[in-house]
Design a protein around this ligand. Structure first.
Ligand SMILES: Nc1nc2c(ncn2[C@@H]2O[C@H](COP(=O)(O)OP(=O)(O)OP(=O)(O)O)[C@@H](O)[C@H]2O)c(=O)[nH]1
Ligand SMILES: [Mg+2]
Length: 347
């Protein structure tokens, strides 16, 4: 099945059950906030080290094997590092970029000890992410008012959840946020976003299921202007009847929003599920064809050893990563800081 999926009846039934579960999940979290005990939403905010634990352990393990018994970085070590990086879901091309950089370092420094390897790997990967536009600045330009964000991505990757977390965090920072429920394709999608809007304490613009997504997006941007909001975030459908429809719809949503705010959307945020590893590359490829993706959010990095995709996708598509999701709590959506991220994985 293609990544945009064609669904038979059976799959649809399974989807319905999943939808119901999603709304239940969101409700559970809401209940938790009202003081009832719910396991998922409890506890401390996840630290970066904790969230990336599985990827870190996997990379550490593989790199340790690559240099075991070796004091100098030679061709054999480089080969083993290459293998280690590829099997950490960084991707073949990005791994080759990294290896070429290491080779250049080895040639230049003549004697490169394996003890220095981690530091040098970190430096080179940081450089690579720099080149992909991951400079450490404010994620959004709030001088544009309203700042229009359109969230796109395949179904189930965490679009709505990421929007909810982002809305809550922005609201906490004192921003006025409006959500637009432009996923009118899936039955429970609007309800799910409504729950998030209540949870975050922000306004939402919606119509009933099946209505025109572009019309919802238009209303949302219009309402943001009227209410003098700082940010408007548009949720979009992850799947339509086919890929062409999806591309056309994203274009239509864009065009319609521009009637209200001529340079909208200011950000097209592609959400990718980090736990799907290499499949994330395919998704990035499809969506960059369909629309001008300006930034990435990589979710579900907790509980996966495939976190290397963050580096690979950003490098391959030259798109900055702005957020990473490392858990289900509101605080578990983190601004991506390349230095912190790399250090957490390699040190
Ligand atoms: N562990 C973990 N789960 C996450 C993270 N982000 C999202 N999820 C979960 O992923 C599931 C799907 O998230 P949604 O936000 O509904 O995904 P979506 O892309 O909006 O899906 P559709 O509306 O069907 O296209 C939910 O159960 C979320 O709780 C994360 O960073 N970590
Ligand atoms: Mg959704």
């Amino acid at each position: 099945m293609g990544i945009f999926g064609k669904f038979g009846k059976k799959a649809k039934d399974a989807e319905k059950v999943k939808d119901a579960e999603k709304v239940k999940d969101a409700e559970k979290v809401k209940d938790a906030e009202k003081g009832k005990k719910v396991k998922d939403a409890e506890g401390e905010e996840t630290s970066l080290d904790e969230g990336l634990k599985k990827t870190k352990m996997s990379i550490f393990d593989k790199l340790s094997h690559a240099i075991v018994g070796k004091s100098v970085v030679d061709d054999e070590v480089l080969d083993s590092i290459e293998e280690a990086l590829i099997s950490s879901d960084i991707g073949v091309e990005t791994t080759q970029n990294i290896i070429e950089r290491l080779e250049a370092r080895v040639a230049r420094d003549k004697y490169l000890s394996t003890e220095e390897l981690n530091r040098i790997l970190c430096e080179e990967i940081e450089d690579l992410l720099d080149a992909a536009g991951n400079s450490h600045v404010e994620p959004f330009d709030f001088s544009k008012k309203p700042y229009v964000i359109m969230a796109v991505g395949v179904n189930g990757v965490g679009k709505t959840t990421t929007i909810g977390k982002l809305a809550a965090q922005l609201k906490n920072e004192g921003k006025k946020v409006i959500l637009g429920a432009a996923d009118t394709f899936r039955a429970a999608a609007v309800d799910q976003l409504v729950i998030w809007s209540e949870r975050a304490g922000v306004d939402i613009v919606k119509q009933e299921m099946g209505s025109d997504p572009a019309s919802v997006a238009y209303d949302a941007v219009k309402s943001a202007v009227a209410k003098n909001a700082d940010v408007v975030i548009i949720d979009t459908a992850g799947r339509l009847h086919n890929k062409v429809n999806l591309m056309n719809e994203l274009t239509k949503i864009r065009n319609v929003m521009r009637k209200v705010v001529p340079d909208a959307p200011h950000e097209v945020l592609l959400i990718i599920d980090g736990s799907t590893g290499q499949n994330g590359f395919l998704q990035a490829k499809e969506f960059t064809k369909a629309t001008d993706v300006t930034a990435l959010a990589v979710t579900k990095l907790d509980g996966t050893a495939k976190g290397g995709v963050v580096i690979g996708i950003s490098d391959q598509f030259h798109i900055p990563v702005k957020f990473i999701g490392i858990g289900e709590k509101i605080e578990d959506l983190k601004l991506f800081d390349k230095k912190e991220f790399i250090e957490s994985l390699f040190k």
